[in-house]
Design a protein around this ligand. Sequence first.
Ligand SMILES: [Zn+2]
Length: 689
Amino acid sequence: MLLVTLDTTRADRLGCYGFGLAGTDAIDQLAAEGVRASRALASAPVTAPSHASMLTGLHPPAHGVRDNGVHRLADEVETLPEVLGRAGYATAAFVSAAVLQRRYNLSQGFETYDDDLWSEDAPAMFFIRERPGARTVDRAVAWLEEWGEESERPPFFAWVHLFDAHQPHTPEPRDRLLAPTPYDAELRGVDRQVGRLRAALEALGVLEDTIVIVTADHGESLGEHGERTHAVFVYESTIRVPLIVRYPRGLGAPRVYDPPIRHVDLAPTLYAMLGVEGGPVTQGRDLSEALAGRTPGPALEAYSESLVSQIGFGMAPLHALRDPRYTYIRAPRRELYDRASDPGEVTDLAASEAVRADALDAALEALLTESLALAPEASEAPLDDETLEQLRALGYVGDAATSAALAGMDPKDGLVIHENVQRVRELIRNGRCERAAPLLDEVLAATPTNLTALSLSALCLDRRGLHEEARATYLRALELAPAEPRLHLALALSELGGGASDQIDDAERHLRAALEASPDFVEAWVALGLVSVARGDMDGAEPSFARALAIDPDFPRGIAAAADLSFRRGDFAAALAGYRRALEVRPDAFEVLNQAAAAARRLGEREAALGYLDRAETVRPDSFIPPYNRACLFALEGDRAAALAALQVAVERGMPSPADILADPDLRAFAADPDFLRLAAMAPRSEER
Ligand SMILES: [Zn+2]
């Protein structure tokens, strides 16, 4: 079985769903040969919750993953790969975005979980780290080919997630020329990757034996209802998704399936199609007979939610229930739409059809109650009392009146706030923190409990060097969300940057709080190790780095931090091995290249050291650091001419602080050399490094 999830893909932008300008031939072909669900519905317009529903057959309140980056899927929830793995399937996943990395535990049950995103270029600020679909599919195809070479091939379940249609849109030029918008151009590229997966199955001779499912985690608003992208609202533009199941052997002749089908129905339907017994309780329905045309499809009600406004912005959550004709949205100002006459969901009937709205609200309430009864223990642990007391002592006791007022704010009314926050992000990305500040004040005046605005505000203050104000703002945010691990980490890093011993103590407290809430938070483990390093406690640092690397062996900062620790301890062989490993993941890491050179030099590996410095210089040709390190190496070898020449280059590139040059023990041999002293005197005195 092959499950392909296309991030951010609206059904109505694919050719097989009627979009005339689409270039989605591969997907269209799968649809033409399989069952195309004309009305498939996602559980949430947010990547992690939506995928968690596909893999578990549970609504988000039942599986507990309500937002990206916040919740970890509980171990006790049973997933498709766990059940299929027990049934003897080989299981593998290939994901393309950081919000699906293994720390969120959607990886549970997969033998192979390829979330290696660290070797990709760092994303622009506030964008999600991602891997281009072509590279994800390279890995998936390689895995399939390896599977194909096994002598007794077990059945397989592979999940491939392609993120390209998500913002930012950077399509290939050939697609841009042919598509009406950059978004559609990205879909052309995604479609090509779907075609490659199909070709791989054909080449292995197993296409007809394979259930191929193509769907999307959510759509994209493209400006409908005033929303530019997705995540806040739960209208059709983001909840209606494509769903194609190609398996002629089991489903018979190609057809269009018109009754509603929900992502929670996938797991029970697939268990039935695969003949796998002992699947867990789900909230979905086995639609295998209906998809095969042997029974009529039931008129199911579909639940969807978004808690993004609540978790990120302090507003009300949105819950939707769709019956085959009406859409009901529970909100401070509830909404009801008759999609038969109003497919765009623009004419609100909640007031004129209050009885119908009441009935749907009651059904929604029953579904929420059922879901919460199935929910595992919350995956977020509260902070200890001491920390809460500390926050209260600082005067950040929650203002109940404000919170209550804001908790009632309808996300529909909050659109201008979302737009302003988006503008703030763009300003910060462009280094304009001063200009972001008044806009943030405006947002916070309207929504004082807006966690996103508070943390952006703290970030701006930190960047402007206003550390006390930044700290106070982080604490204000933590008063609202005492367990939010990212806030704890951000505050800890700010404190660690200060370097005073009480700040280091404070940093440790917040890192421990972050890890209590989120035990697999690798960034926090690395920062905790750096706390020990800052205290000179090298032995104390080691287990923290080891823990980070046990969770994510490819985390580049973790690998480099562990290597730095070996370097500090004088174990240059271990340090160099670590730097080499870090460079496998990120070959162009400038600091790591210089550190690798330093370790190699101390091991007497002269040529290797010079090689790393050459590579570092290629990455940053304007930097004084590689030539300076070269000068040190030549000086230690006693090569006066080469050392002076390299030092001259370093000085010309703005090597600051002659005092540092004179004090460097590596250059001691030249302490009295007049040419050397003349060069050192040329170095600018007070430039930033
Ligand atoms: Zn998504």
